[in-house]
Write a protein that binds this ligand. Sequence first.
Ligand code: FAD
Length: 677
Amino acid sequence: TSQPSESKVDVLIVGAGPAGLMMATWMAKCGISCRIVDKRGTKVFNGQADGLQCRTLEIFDSFGFGDRAWKEANHMLEICLWNPDKDGVIRRSDRIPDTIPGISRFQQVVLHQGRIERFFLDFIAAHSDIRVERGVLPSKLEFDESLAEDTDAYPITVTLRHLSEEEATPGQVATSANGGAVQDGLFRSNLAADDTADLLKAADLNAKANTTEVVRAKYMLGADGAHSWVRRELGFCLEGETTDYIWGVLDIVPLTNFPDIRSRCAIHSASSGSVMVIPRENKLVRLYIQLTTTEKLGEGGSRADRSKITPDVILKAAQKIMAPYTLSYRKLDWWTAYQIGQRVGSRFSKNERIFLAGDAVHTHSPKAGQGMNVSMQDAYNLGWKVASVVKGTSSRAILSTYESERKQIAKDLIDFDHRFSRLFSGRPAKDLMDEEGINMEQFKAAFEKGNMFASGIAVNYDASNIIAKTADTSSGGAKTTANLPSVDSTQALAPKVKVGMRMPSVKVLNQSDARPWHLQERLPSNGTWRVLVFAGDVGDAGQKARMLRLADSLAAPTSFLRRYTPAAARYDSVFEVLTVHAAPRASVTIFDFPEVLRPFDELDGWDYNKIFVDDESYHEGHGRIYEEFGIDPKEGCVIVLRPDQYVSYVGALDDYASVDKFFSSFMLSRQAQVNGK
Ligand code: FAD
């Protein structure tokens, strides 16, 4: 018998769900050598998660495929709250916007997980040679801890087993009975053109069936879902409630006289429980119902008998809650019943070499549509960090921020889910004196507050070597003095651009051609840091002098721009300097700005996409970014953004020294081969 083949890769991803695919997307964009394996023979085609928060859409847009999701998805604008009146008959008691107006240039939309995975797969194929290897699963993991801090080492050794097609056939849906047929029928009729390649690939599986190979990796991501094999191999666990809730999910094209079926609805009946209605693409509607009370797991605890749950059981429950309105369906697209508890992973990383993301480190109810979003955002947080360490632009010191940042989010998510689920599952209060019941005013207030959290915009990362602010000691998050920031920000110079949060977006004009852009559109996810120079009113001599002093420092041969950008690399491959000034657009040209702010390239000429202005556009109004951000045009400021658009630092326009010090604490001038694009 021959020895298994052995190969090396920089990053190995286990699991090609939303979290694994997001990681692979970063690797593809940053040109990192990467393999991604999944035990399933095919991707998800329909069902499963469906809600996309506005922050997730911002992220998709930063990779360039936000428009696909935005066009195809159902836009969910309104939430209707339905409650029993004094006679116990359900009535609409309120309407609120689904996404808080003004927090993002996107609003929450709904599209099933299969399509979302498709967008990732297309992006990865267009930007790299990375392909999801299906029907492949790890069978052995070895980790040499002594090599963990050796940047060039491959401390991870994984044995991969290739399955036969039969073994790899998806167990995607927990639908036995008629469920399989429902799913099958749909993807053939609906999504065939797109997924043909996947189906053909399944046929290839058998060629390698039952072979094994050994892969040595520098970094690894376990994105292998709630039952994560990687997590178990590392000996980490999920901590939290031992109680599981059982959810029924039905995707149907409904026939109903309920008037708000095309709005998201939370319907509380007087005594038959509650249902969440989610209007979807292609006239579909999803109904979420918490089916039974709870089930204790643990010693001797048995799993719920899911075979008793059928689409009919879920439908009947919904009919009871929604009476006197009628509800039936013409088409059943997908359904499931699943059991889930509220838990957070004990650890998110082993020696900052092997990481866990997504359902592997947090599980919770599906009510607020958070699972897929938070899972993708975990990997979005991690991907650029691993890519810049592999490339040699950053030291390994930034990697510990993955656990400190994302574990806090996971905890916040579980707290949120606790509050939200309890409110939702509780019986409505009959009157003001009813202490057990849920008061509907409180419910509405909690819903509105919850919407801020659920949008993904509220994320506020704590102080670290890449978030320059004073540490928040109240939240009890993981803090080590080792990775505290080397400088502090002067938040007052841009009070609305919060250090630790994602950069808000306002329209600005391109100085050269007057085109309006959302500032966020100028921050694509490509692995570069951004230095935003808010130069202020450069018509003012004093203000212009301050900008010139900063530019002199940036252009000096010893500046961080020069030290950390490899000699052979493009001037904006590690840092991109973007200027937004506040003088009238017609009063200046780009040549009034020093060259470091609008660089020249021998082959390309001047770069016309670096200087922007806060001024009135011809067709789309005036963004008023200085006013929106609270920046004084007679003062200006410098804002440093991470490659994931989170604000790292805010400081004075001419305080070059602090920006340099900030980068010096984790960037490396030693350049490994730049294999990026
Ligand atoms: P997953 O999507 O679970 O992806 C993990 C991937 O890893 C899978 O492709 C799996 O095949 C692969 N894998 C697992 N083990 C191995 C292994 N040992 N080796 C190789 N590959 C492996 N969320 C909602 O918001 N709303 C819903 O209605 C909803 N319904 C759901 C219904 C079901 C049946 C399930 C399973 C989940 C549902 N979710 C829902 C949750 C949502 O799908 C997840 O939160 C989200 O997919 C998490 O993404 P992930 O990438 O972390 O994990």
